[in-house]
Design a protein around this ligand. Structure first.
Ligand SMILES: Cc1cc2nc3c(=O)[nH]c(=O)nc-3n(C[C@H](O)[C@H](O)[C@H](O)COP(=O)(O)OP(=O)(O)OC[C@H]3O[C@@H](n4cnc5c(N)ncnc54)[C@H](O)[C@@H]3O)c2cc1C
Length: 371
């Protein structure tokens, strides 16, 4: 059955859900309090790296990330086709660098489980490591090389999603300032600050770090908090870097225009998106450790975004048990760009009743309890 769906939030998650739902024939309206892509999604480094981001083991979050990585080739082609825009989707592979012998033991365990889950990771060192990444510091002891990981240019990806949605007939309304959900059980009604009322059959909540605002409305605990990520970029030709390079303290990734993006801090600063000298200096220190040639370079661009983090690090995904008219899709923390295709598919499957809630129980939006 084709439904009228209201998507709250025009970040990567809201736009991806809108894109998939529209593809399946639903009537979709995206309601954005500010500007599409103006928050975390437009600030992201664009890495699609479930293996490097999950060093502990193959938990439900890793599985979702892996599913999403595997959806990406087809998904990104569909977004490109619908929008006419490309966004530097690049299969560079990644290197996770360590400096000490002691870290190699952990690598062996990691490599084992990652290879059981679709990776062809291997430990590289010495001459092979230098050939793969010639400018890497000579005291890097070894790296875990994962050829399957990719990246894209996040601001262009979000633009392409927005454009694709518009061209497919999704209505996108921005600058709504404040929205109140006034009815969500017998139907969906959302009131905008200017008094307009929007109604629909279903509501998909994709308001990122702001999702907690709906706690009282739905009577559930929504422990989503902003974690500021400060990030910076060096000018084109600062240094050729071929792979995404991770360490325990940060990462570097070169974009098609030659700029080198380096991230990112994790600070608790409320909803403040300012950049601090201390935050960037810390990143620079780690960049120099990995690539000594950056010693005398200054980043030409610095920015920050608010990652939507949850208490247990997992997103809130799925319908509410009190009303399946409401589907949550928030709290993607460090991996919303990676998780966008899998989230869109899961949300659309829930709406089309193709997927039982059971299958993604770990992400239940009610797992933190009720008010
Ligand atoms: C520095 C940095 C680097 C990152 N790097 C990566 C990376 O390399 N790979 C990766 O996968 N992820 C990365 N992330 C994480 C990723 O950016 C987020 O997980 C993702 O953007 C979350 O998307 P979202 O749509 O939920 O949130 P957002 O992009 O924040 O979008 C939420 C939107 O909802 C709007 N909104 C708020 N309240 C309401 C309301 N009541 N009604 C309607 N709209 C509302 C906001 O204005 C906003 O536009 C990074 C994040 C940061 C900050």
């Amino acid at each position: 059955m084709k439904e009228q769906v209201i998507v709250m939030g025009g970040g990567v998650i809201g736009l991806s859900c809108a894109f998939e739902l529209r593809k399946r024939g639903h009537e979709v309206t995206v309601m954005e309090t500010s500007r599409c892509g103006g928050q975390a999604s437009g600030a992201a480094a664009g890495m699609l790296a479930p293996y490097s981001e999950n060093v502990e083991g193959p938990d439900a979050f890793f599985q979702l990330g892996l599913e999403s990585l595997q959806l990406y080739p087809e998904w990104q082609a569909a977004v490109k086709l619908a929008s006419g825009h490309s966004f530097e989707y690049t299969n560079s592979g990644s290197l996770y660098a360590v400096f000490h012998d002691a870290d190699l033991l952990a690598f062996e365990g990691r490599q084992l489980w990652q290879c059981r889950h679709g990776a062809s990771s291997r430990i590289v060192e010495g001459g092979e490591l230098q050939r793969l990444e010639p400018n890497l510091a000579s005291n890097v002891r070894a790296a875990l090389y994962t050829p399957e990981e990719s990246h894209l240019y996040a601001p262009h990806y979000v633009k392409a999603l927005e454009q694709g949605c518009r061209l497919m007939g999704v209505e996108i309304i921005e600058q709504l300032e404040q929205l109140a959900v006034t009815e969500w059980q017998s139907e969906i009604r959302v009131r905008a600050a200017d008094g307009r009322i929007f109604s629909g059959d279903r509501l998909v909540v994709c308001s990122g770090a702001w999702a907690k605002e709906l706690e009282e409305t739905f009577g559930i605990r929504i422990p989503v908090y902003p974690i500021r990520g400060q990030i910076c970029a060096y000018e084109a030709d600062a240094l050729p870097v071929r792979h995404m390079v991770f360490s325990s303290q940060g990462y570097l990734v070169a974009k098609e225009n030659g700029t080198l993006v380096c991230g990112a801090s994790e600070d608790v600063a409320g909803f403040d998106t300012s950049v601090t000298d201390k935050g960037i200096e810390r990143l620079r220190k780690w960049n120099r450790r990995l690539f000594p040639e950056l010693e005398h370079r200054d980043p030409f661009h610095r920015w920050a975004g608010l990652r939507p983090s949850t208490q247990d690090g997992f997103p809130l995904l799925g319908p509410l048990s009190s009303s399946d008219r409401v589907i949550m899709a928030a709290g993607h923390y460090r991996n919303g760009i990676l998780l966008s295709p899998a989230t869109a598919r899961f949300v659309a499957d829930c709406l089309d009743e193709k997927q039982t809630v059971e299958c993604k129980k770990a992400f239940s939006p009610e797992r933190f309890g009720y008010l």
